[in-house]
Design a protein around this ligand. Structure first.
Ligand SMILES: Cc1ncc(COP(=O)(O)O)c(C=O)c1O
Length: 264
């Protein structure tokens, strides 16, 4: 488990709230080793950062001498070739990747500025592991990168366009549904549907207090009966891939329209 000391040494700051972050840094910035964030929240549906939020976070880290650590485990190689760092113009000190990086095989990666990574050199920080740099996963990762980056990143362009088209189509369906209040949030290849009374879900507190997770589960299970799989957990998200097609979007939208009509 997580030792209580780890939690005691962690300060949780409401996300997407610049004022809260500035207050926390003013109080604790000098003794803060590292500020950790995802660029787009992905374990509470999909919550994009407000304009300028992440850049301000990075700036505060520089001001107070804390490392800026961007967790791209979910967003890396999905939202853009360079993940959220590219999308929002960030230069994090530390980045982590996983999931899409391995194209389905177990693969994770840590990166950072040379000065930070030098801390791992020659065993200064031990980083041993059974699966470290496994050849099969490395080969698959190389193939994923070659495939997605070919033709001036056509693969990344495709998943972005498909994801945005999907989210836009679902927004249209949601608009026509007068019985269910639905908000669709997405960034490039990633989207989620929220049954909520809010206009926008901007952080975890919004998500916990205002998103009807049971209703989403019912929605997803009904979709499954019509042959469309969405993970029934509202905390997760849906993603486009290069094998999806415009026909998949059309079929999904038809099924969603029917399900929303059938739902109580
Ligand atoms: C945002 C985020 N970061 C990190 C992790 C954990 O990554 P790993 O399993 O590579 O430690 C997950 C989920 O697996 C995640 O969703």
């Amino acid at each position: 488990g997580i030792p209580p000391e780890a939690q005691a040494d962690t300060i949780v700051v409401r996300w997407n709230d610049v004022a809260a972050l500035e207050r926390a840094m003013a109080l604790h910035g000098r003794e803060t080793a590292c500020v950790v964030t995802e660029g787009v929240m992905s374990n509470m549906g999909v919550i994009p950062p407000k304009p300028g939020y992440l850049l301000r976070m990075q700036e505060l880290c520089q001001e107070y001498g804390a490392l800026f650590y961007l967790d791209e485990t979910v967003t890396g190689f999905r939202l853009a070739a360079g993940g959220c760092a590219e999308l929002y113009g960030l230069s994090p000190d530390i980045v982590t990747y996983g999931k899409a990086l391995g194209g389905g095989l177990p693969m994770a990666m840590i990166g950072g500025r040379a000065e930070v990574m030098a801390g791992l050199e020659w065993g200064k920080v031990l980083h041993f592991g059974t699966h470290n740099a496994g050849r099969l996963a490395l080969h698959v990762t190389k193939t994923m990168l070659e495939t997605m980056l070919a033709d001036n990143q056509a693969g990344f362009r495709r998943i972005k366009n498909l994801g945005k088209a999907m989210a836009d189509e679902v927004r249209k369906v949601a608009k026509h549904s007068n019985r269910h209040k639905i908000v669709v949030q997405g960034v490039n290849s990633m989207f989620q549907i929220f049954f909520t009374d809010l206009e926008e879900v901007t952080d975890y507190r919004d998500f916990c207090g205002h998103v009807d997770r049971a209703k989403f589960r019912d929605f997803a299970l009904r979709l499954m009966d019509k042959g469309i799989y969405m993970n029934p957990s509202a905390t997760l998200h849906s993603l486009s891939s290069v094998v999806h097609s415009e026909a998949d979007i059309a079929a999904t939208v038809t099924a969603m329209t029917q399900v929303l009509e059938e739902m109580p």
